[in-house]
Design a protein around this ligand. Structure first.
Ligand code: TYD
Length: 210
């Protein structure tokens, strides 16, 4: 029996997911929802952190096959769901997750042109029952997002990809969210405070109605 709610943040590099997660936690707290766990994909478990390192630091001169990468993300995700997300929701703990399945559709499906049906099959095979109650998609233009991301850190293997890759990722996000009801789109091209206010207001409205 699921008693907690599951909130997911999605968006490309530099869309401001980290700040958005903090805003969500603060807003939930103000709404008196204090039993909340924050997780991040890939990561947040022993296996997930190992996989995160492998994926991010994989040697540029050695090909990581796209299907292999997809399954690594799924291995990390299954571990996270089974060991943290599912048991927490059952206990009434809320989960805020920085990325979830939509990332695989957008990056592996949109960015790498893997079949969306294949990804849907993985989702249905392993994680059919665990779906977000609400997803916030932070929409940013790749040229703005990447500029922000590179100001913070040296680009990792995925971030070194071309702007065209991130355009394909963003277009896939946009196409999926146009067909889904439980996803709220936030204009993340705006200044940080405006983005934060927009998330806060939309989350309040959602909390009142759910
Ligand atoms: P991370 O440093 O967490 O990036 P961000 O702060 O933007 O979330 O690295 C996660 C990277 O992995 C990011 O480039 C997106 C990518 N990714 C996928 O390609 N597919 C997935 O299913 C997930 C969860 C992440």
């Amino acid at each position: 029996m699921i008693k907690g709610k599951f909130i997911v943040l999605e968006g490309i590099e530099g869309s401001g997911k980290t700040v958005a997660c903090k805003t969500i936690l603060k807003t939930l707290h103000q709404y008196n929802i204090k039993n909340v766990k924050l997780v991040k994909e890939p990561g947040s478990t022993y296996l997930g952190e190992k996989i995160r390192k492998i994926i991010k630091n994989y040697k540029d001169n050695q090909e990581l096959h796209n299907n292999a990468e997809l399954l690594l993300f799924y291995a990390a995700r299954i571990q996270l769901v089974e060991s943290i997300i599912k048991p927490s929701l059952e206990k009434g703990i809320w989960i805020v997750s920085d990325r979830y399945q939509l990332s695989s559709f957008a990056y592996q499906g949109g960015g790498y042109n893997l079949s969306l049906n294949m990804i849907k099959n993985l989702k249905n095979m392993f994680l059919k029952k665990i779906n977000p109650d609400i997803t916030f998609y932070l929409d940013v233009l790749p040229e703005i997002g990447l500029k922000r991301a590179f100001k913070r850190n040296k680009p990792d293997r995925i971030e070194k990809k071309s702007i065209n890759f991130f355009e394909k990722v963003r277009n896939t996000y946009l196409s999926i969210i146009s067909k889904e009801k439980k996803i709220i789109k936030i204009n993340a091209n705006q200044k940080k405070n405006l983005v934060k206010n927009s998330i806060k207001n939309k989350l309040y409205i959602w909390l009142k109605n759910n």
